[in-house]
Design a protein around this ligand. Structure first.
Ligand code: C2E
Ligand code: MG
Ligand code: MG
Ligand code: MG
Length: 285
């Protein structure tokens, strides 16, 4: 940590950063015990075919039920867990629970799990995935790993080997938050990526922003050309869903269809959906 000169401390405190720093320090201490205490849980957000609103999968999203703070956002604690080296045990936990819970869902429904770039750089992601599959009995083809571009920051032999080993297990890969980073095209065909997740920021501004629509169109065209599926994240309105369908996006995820829900609630939703499609089919048409 950078040293702060006494004369600067007042300013830092006044800007509220000192408070953030203290909150962060206690987060760091708390993450250590939270796994053992069972304070982490997963919720699942449906992924649908835009044309029919049929559910084809779910993304697992971690939640921390903190005894004092209530729910802490993953956006707040994942970066801390990454810095402290806890991301490997946390990541293994997520894989275990997600695979286990997905075995209670219909077999044609996939489970997508977010994996930190750090889990690719160090640690034993291959072992963690293999253990989660073996322990749960989940078919490997049902597991999709969501990675961000930062996983490709360094194209090393180790990274390639990791991809090869995971692919050999039978899992697939989705590229998360696409369009926000460097969006380099090279690794899209150099690595075995079967799905591009278009970042929510472009979806939010659709269909009114012509810039966002242009970006959406180009990503979907790219996916078509490379035979990589595209899924739009953060769909909140019917207008957004319709605009995406109109330009050829086939899959979607967002509050319009469902917020993230418990495994049990997801199972209920996915098993009753074919007979009670009214609201979402309306949304999709
Ligand atoms: P992400 O993987 O891009 O996940 C999508 C985020 O968008 C989730 O936030 C989800 O709840 C939210 N979302 C989905 N639909 C909508 C919508 O229609 N409107 C809005 N406003 N938001 C929507 P969440 O659950 O807070 O997760 C934030 C990020 O934390 C995730 O972004 C992911 O990068 C990370 N994360 C979550 N769970 C895990 C995990 O198990 N492992 C790792 N490594 N990262 C995780
Ligand atoms: Mg994700
Ligand atoms: Mg995302
Ligand atoms: Mg995101």
């Amino acid at each position: 940590r950078a040293k702060v000169a006494p004369s600067e401390r007042v300013a830092v405190f006044e800007s509220g950063m000192e408070v953030d720093r203290m909150a962060r320090l206690s987060l760091e201490q708390d993450i250590e015990g939270a796994l053992d205490k069972g304070e982490f849980e997963l919720v699942y957000q449906p992924q649908v075919i835009l044309d029919t609103a049929q559910i084809i999968g779910a993304e697992a999203l971690i939640r921390w039920r903190h005894p004092l703070r209530g729910y802490v956002s993953p956006a707040a604690f994942i970066p801390v867990a990454e810095e402290m080296g806890h991301i490997h045990s946390l990541g293994a936990f997520v894989l275990e629970v997600a695979c286990r819970e997905a075995t209670h869902w219909p077999r044609d429904v996939k489970i997508a799990v977010n994996v930190s770039a750090l889990q690719f750089e160090a640690g034993d992601i291959v072992g963690a995935v293999r253990r989660a599959l073996v322990n749960s009995g989940l078919e490997a083809r049902r597991l999709e790993l969501e990675i961000t571009e930062s996983a490709f920051a360094t194209d090393t032999d180790r990274l390639r080997e990791t991809f090869t080993d995971l692919l050999a297990l039978g899992v697939s890969f989705a590229l998360d938050d696409y369009g926000t980073g460097f969006s380099s095209l090279g690794y899209l065909h150099r690595f075995p990526i079967s799905k591009i997740k278009i970042d929510r920021s472009f979806v939010t501004d659709a269909p009114t922003s012509s810039q966002s629509m242009a970006v959406l169109r180009s990503i979907i065209t790219l996916g078509d050309g490379l035979k990589i599926r595209t899924i739009a994240e953060g769909i909140e309105t019917i207008e957004q869903a319709q605009a995406l369908r109109a330009i050829g996006c086939t899959e979607g995820q967002g509050y319009l269809y469902s917020k993230p829900i418990s495994s049990v609630a997801f199972r209920t939703l996915v098993t009753k959906r074919p007979t009670e499609p009214e609201s979402l089919l309306l949304a999709a048409s």
